[in-house]
Design a protein around this ligand. Sequence first.
Ligand SMILES: Nc1ncnc2c1ncn2[C@@H]1O[C@H](COP(=O)(O)OP(=O)(O)O)[C@@H](O)[C@H]1O
Ligand SMILES: [Mg+2]
Length: 310
Amino acid sequence: MNTATAMSGLFEAAKTYPDFDAQERLNRLVGLDEHKDRLTKMLSLLVNPQGLKQWAARHHSGADQLVNMILRRPPLVVLAGDVGSGKSELAETIGDAIARQEDIDITLLPLSLSSRGQGRVGEMTQLISSAFEYTVNEAQKLKSSNGASRGGVILLVDEADALAQSREASQMHHEDKAGVNAFIRGIDRIANGQLPAAVIMCTNRLNALDPAIQRRAADILTFHRPDTEQRFSVLHTPLSQLGFSQPQINSVVEATGPYGDRKYGFTFSDLTQRLIPAIVLDAYPSKAITPDRALRVAQRIEPTPPFLEK
Ligand SMILES: Nc1ncnc2c1ncn2[C@@H]1O[C@H](COP(=O)(O)OP(=O)(O)O)[C@@H](O)[C@H]1O
Ligand SMILES: [Mg+2]
């Protein structure tokens, strides 16, 4: 399989960082500073082990064991949690922070499993194996003989819910186990080759994550719906640009939280992709937006129900 075929069939468009657009999107994410920080550090170590060795040489020369323990961690980070909470957005933009911090080029290879691999038996397994094959090849090209890497590769396995089902679940189809096994083999291949590559897996179902995958994860970051303060951060600027007062903004913030009998509030994406457009379309094209109408729109929208663990 040549590069062009591999890319066209397998991944959505690959991205390279640093990239200004990604930097902006990353900066727009609310309430994820700690996640950004942890993810940047972890992935930096994985895709650019030379950085850690240089740090150790500077501050703790001779601390080989410590360095090796860290560098031998499986190159996998799991982003898990509620829908619309920024998992994909963070995974698709974090490469920029790593590229800038480490001063190397990062390539992201995005693979979405949501609509894939539902067909023929073996299709998902094949897809995962090919994705790792391609990732390993790309990473090998970036590894120089002196151990320093000229760049790093991040394989993003998004919408990995199908893979997240536990291998131990008795009802699990044979094909799913094969998919999990292919995934684990791929992780181990990157680790054993000490390649400048890492894998980000996103799933809505942490509880169903296969134990063998959980065990390998160097880090598991969990994502939640926005609390009052975070909903305020998202809504404050757009609404104050419309001339809303602080109390008027606060009523919208409140209406998008747990409200009345409803135990849960809006997700981040409910706010940005449903509420704001609905407020605009309610007024467009003939009227201006008013705080009253905006509040009414917020009260009418049903937030996305939380993802129920099966
Ligand atoms: N923490 C956040 N801060 C600001 N906007 C967010 C946040 N999380 C999600 N969003 C908005 O919701 C959209 C969908 O988020 P996404 O990352 O696709 O969610 P998921 O966790 O389901 O992968 C994003 O493009 C962004 O507009
Ligand atoms: Mg997503």
